[in-house]
Design a protein around this ligand. Sequence first.
Ligand SMILES: Cc1cc2nc3c(=O)[nH]c(=O)nc-3n(C[C@H](O)[C@H](O)[C@H](O)COP(=O)(O)OP(=O)(O)OC[C@H]3O[C@@H](n4cnc5c(N)ncnc54)[C@H](O)[C@@H]3O)c2cc1C
Length: 386
Amino acid sequence: MDFALSEEQQSLYKTIVEFARDVVEPGAGERDREGRFDRDVWDACGQVGLTGMCIGEEWGGMGAGAVDTGLALEALSYGGLDAGLGLSLGAHLVIGAKPIELHGTDEQKAAYLPKLASGEWIGAWGITEPDHGSDTSGITSRGVPDGDHWILNGTKTFITNGPVCDVFTVIVRTDGAHEEGAGGGGMTAFILPRDTPGLSVGNVLDKSGNRSSPTSEMVMVDVRVPDSARLGPIGTAQWAIGFECFSWERTVMLGSAIGGMQRGLDDSIAYAKERQAFGKPIAHFQTIAHKLADMKINLESARLMLRYGAWKKDQGLDHQMEASMAKAYVGACALANADAAIQIHGGWGYIKDFPVERGWRDAKLSTIGGGTSEIQKVIISRMLLA
Ligand SMILES: Cc1cc2nc3c(=O)[nH]c(=O)nc-3n(C[C@H](O)[C@H](O)[C@H](O)COP(=O)(O)OP(=O)(O)OC[C@H]3O[C@@H](n4cnc5c(N)ncnc54)[C@H](O)[C@@H]3O)c2cc1C
């Protein structure tokens, strides 16, 4: 058993932290206030390979696995303090590009992956609908066969990168459509380039945190696409593609939350040593020192749990339980640590000049996006009781 990062992993982490300090952190607070996605910062991420982190080298990516992609997101978040960028990048990688790499035809991979890997194109993914989030089995967006084409209708919401994406992979209901050998009914995925007639960006959502990541509806009105736009077999997308996406989200994307926790702890330690009350640094009060200790315990246990799930994924081992445990646990720890960081900063922690203020707004998403904490406990308990 070896818990240590390899030299290559340490070097990857250090390089990305330095990049993030130089390129991402300046302006991160302003982007949060303005709720602005910055294309220049995105392009800079593309130039250092981040936009192709877990995409195969044959498509221009870095070919990294789950552990290393999570580590890259952790480093980006730690150095850059821009949770929205981590969200956009994570979604682009693991739910935008990865389904195409895992399930696409050679033509689909060649058409999309090089542009996604370089960052020239931005990926997005849509399963959630206004009336169906946790209950993905209830989605009502529909795909109906029309000769060798399909007609898609419906509205997806909460789409990370929606307003800026170039390619959108969507899951729709295709009950009644059949494919020999693949069963029938259920749900099917389609890859829609941004300029597909009938596809448009709907309402742009004004979020509490992760504000530099743009989020919107994606609306399909009589979108007519050839069967070659279909991703994977008919009728199996909910399980074969949707749940696989969730497992990537739960073991990899939360790397950003770990980086945010590390930064919140570092900032809180520095503040507690410097801030004086009653004639001494507040770090000398046991209530403050113990908050720091609790933050450290949360951080290291959350990091281990996430990396264990990612490691199992990389080994090809079953990791559904670990992915759900990581999602629920990291979310709870991230939120608790963000709250403690504000408390340690006192009134200043509640003021927007201090990065810990946005830490709480950013951390809250870890308990919602990619499947809520409640849903993770439903999954875990079902597995325990099966
Ligand atoms: C910033 C952001 C980005 C997102 N990005 C994307 C994206 O790129 N693509 C995409 O498709 N989706 C995306 N989502 C959607 C996200 O996955 C959903 O918000 C999430 O799955 C919850 O769905 P919901 O919001 O409809 O809540 P609901 O399903 O309505 O849940 C409401 C509450 O009820 C609880 N609940 C529901 N069912 C159960 C149950 N069976 N047992 C116990 N409790 C239950 C939930 O835990 C929650 O507390 C994003 C969301 C956000 C906020």
